[in-house]
Design a protein. Structure first.
Length: 161
């Protein structure tokens, strides 16, 4: 049987080891620093608040003005269980998401895969950018993600022309 008490006992045991807290704090620090780094590197973009999540994903939006005018946003995501950074194109709401999925489905998406409209899917396009990130080199990690954000944004702008 899948009892909450069993899960809480395992959770407590894992927390007593101390690794989870250190890892989580480190990931949140990197995400906070990454958001600040991107805001300084690309001052014309609009940075949203950091969403800490439920240990499933942590993200923030980081959107150039041209996409913001279309009620679209770029999201920089860290997926905890997969230990992977992704970048997403998302809509301001489900209707906008559906409209852009329909629009982009008629275009060449190149190396990107268009999402399917279904419950729980928030991305129009989701693309992995760093598999197994090196958290011990935060400067290089931020640099790599910054390059990926700029490239993804340019690719999306090309698709929307």
């Amino acid at each position: 049987m899948d009892l909450l008490n069993d899960h809480v006992s395992e959770y407590t045991w894992q927390l007593q080891k101390g690794h989870i807290q250190k890892a989580y704090k480190g990931i949140m620090t990197i995400m906070t620093d990454l958001r600040a780094y991107l805001a300084l590197t690309y001052p014309d973009y609009v940075a949203g608040a950091l969403y800490f999540g439920y240990m499933d994903m942590t993200y923030f939006s980081f959107t150039p003005p041209d996409l913001k005018k279309l009620n679209l946003k770029i999201a920089v995501i860290y997926l905890h269980e997969e230990n992977r950074f992704e970048i997403w194109l998302a809509g301001g709401n489900r209707k906008i998401q559906a409209d852009y999925i329909a629009l982009i489905s008629k275009k060449d998406t190149g190396k990107y895969t268009l999402s399917q409209i279904q419950p729980g899917v928030d991305a129009i396009i989701a693309a992995p950018i760093i598999e197994k990130p090196d958290f011990d080199d935060p400067a290089d990690l931020k640099r790599q993600i910054g390059i990926a954000v700029k490239e993804f944004t340019a690719d999306i702008a090309g698709m929307l022309e």
